[in-house]
Ligand binder design. Structure first.
Ligand code: PDD
Length: 279
């Protein structure tokens, strides 16, 4: 468990930020989470692209080049001697005397941490499937930006866990399913994989992007459209994806079985495709 902050590589417990960092005071910051499998950074260029887009959306100009970011990441991974891990990157607007309005010329703060992560913990979840609990989406209107303003996600996931579910599924005022607290959401109906289209209501997941291209490559029809909770409850299969849960079958929604109540054939095929891609 190692951290990089303000140019220094430190044990996690020794890494600190000033109390007036705007990330701390205003959640005025963005983040990325990428996976390291067998010492290899997965989908790293895609994570860098998304991170730069998020910085631009908040008018944060990150001084470090992609080459520098990659160098820091690789050095952390080497120093931490990890094979399977998660790298967390956060860019805050920087430190300033507390004021909602930000002065020009603040120096963004770059933080990276690396922590061992055992992806094998997903194997039993992949075999049995997981449950989700629906919650009204009370997040702000630009959740396509991967900001650290995650309070609504934290509370939703906490509720879901208390209800015995693995994940929370956010529903819009019209009853459509948007995404999970920290994952993207899908259903399968009549052999077609269905997921919410990219919009301000969902985070454009990197695992989502790769799943959709794997599905299309395997001639599994894909529809990017909103689907209603009722449609999800009547679906043949359901699933979720993220960097830390590359693909998991969803077998219960609010305690009700999806399809047979067991992981279905399309999901099983997608699990195989994702594993082949990662390995
Ligand atoms: N979460 N939707 C939300 C709200 C998320 O927070 C995440 C990622 C995703 C999936 O994105 P990706 O496939 O790029 O991981 C979807 C990360 C893992 C987290 O907050 O820990």
């Amino acid at each position: 468990q190692l951290a990089y902050v303000d140019g220094q590589y430190l044990p996690m417990a020794e890494a600190m930020v000033p109390v007036e960092d705007r990330g701390l005071q205003f959640a005025d910051s963005i983040y990325e989470v990428a996976a390291i499998f067998d010492g290899r950074l997965l989908d790293w260029p895609e994570h860098l692209v998304r991170m730069r887009r998020n910085c631009a959306a908040l008018f944060i100009s990150l001084p470090q080049s992609d080459a520098v970011l990659s160098h820091i990441a690789r050095r952390l991974i080497a120093m931490a001697r990890v094979r399977d891990a998660i790298i967390y990157i956060q860019v805050t607007r920087g430190t300033a005397r507390r004021d909602h309005v930000f002065a020009p010329g603040l120096r963004p703060r770059l933080i990276m941490t690396v922590r061992r992560f055992d992806f094998r913990q997903r194997i039993p979840q992949q075999a049995k499937g997981v449950g989700v609990t629906t919650v009204p989406d009370q997040r702000w209107g630009r959740v396509d930006i991967k900001s650290t303003g995650l309070l609504a996600n934290v509370l939703a996931k906490q509720d879901a866990r208390a209800a015995g579910s693995f994940e929370a599924w956010f529903t819009g005022p019209d009853g459509t399913v948007r995404e999970g607290g920290s994952t993207n959401a899908y259903i399968v109906r009549g052999g077609t994989l269905i997921t919410h289209p990219l919009s301000a209501h969902i985070l454009p997941g990197i695992a989502r992007q790769s799943l959709l291209s794997l599905a299309r490559g395997a001639q599994i029809p894909v529809e990017e459209r909103a689907f209603h909770l009722d449609e999800a409850l009547g679906a043949d299969e359901a699933l979720l994806t993220s960097t830390t849960a590359p693909i998991l079958p969803v077998v219960r929604i609010d305690g009700l079985a999806v399809g047979s109540g067991r992981p279905g054939p399309i999901t099983a095929r997608l699990v195989e495709l994702v594993h082949a891609e990662i390995a």
